[in-house]
Design a protein around this ligand. Sequence first.
Ligand SMILES: [Zn+2]
Length: 281
Amino acid sequence: MGNAPPTPILDDHLHLDPVNGRGVEAAEDFAAVGGTHLLALNKPSWHYGVDVADADDFRVAFEHALDVTRGATAVLPGRAWAVLGVHPALVSRLTERGFSPEEARDLMQKGLNVAAEYVASGEALALKSGRPHYEVSDPVWEASNGVMRHAFSLGADHDCAVQLHTEGGEEFTDVAQWAADAGMARHRVVKHYAAGRVAGPTPSVLADKDELLRAVEAGEPFMMETDFIDDPERPGAVLGPKTVPRRSAWLHEQGHETALETAHVDTPHHVYGIDTKATLE
Ligand SMILES: [Zn+2]
């Protein structure tokens, strides 16, 4: 690297937990190995001991995410942005507590409305929604799709991207079409925890070497992420915060400069409207 100016390196999806985890320290680890920008996702409310019952209950987790995002920005050569939303697994927690699937859907949609308020005020960059990655009953599946479609209508209203947590797979053309039906541009739907190729949304590829090479070979827009969960109870459950910078250095050694520009500059700009070069010190 020498005296060369730093180039942007963005982790598109990780969690920083200022209460139970390492919080800003994890962002320092990321920066120490060349990371410059990150998108911090709120943890689900239950990680903070909150059993949501009305819309305002979602604010606890959102405020923690906004706090730690400001702290991360202070230690990064670039900056951090917050992405706020409602975890799809909440539907199961609510139905276990006696909510009908429709009642669960309604509350989750209200949580997304609160998240969208932070987008409207400029405090958050984008929304997060989705549907369970595990088997659920048909009514719960329908309710979850209703939550996700609501997120798309909010994305259209607020002109922001929507990250999705969904089941695995690579074929999500129908979901992207729902976003288009709601008035969103399809490319602003981001499949988080994605494989190297995804049909429909923009993939945010888990920083696994094989999947990254598939994304490079596809030559399509993509981003990179760790989904670091910042949970001291589950060390090694996911990739650590240094992984995206390290995998980026590995791609650089192999001459994949165009792909790195795609992942860290062009796609983030196209999807979120952010400029990772102009925001680099
Ligand atoms: Zn996550």
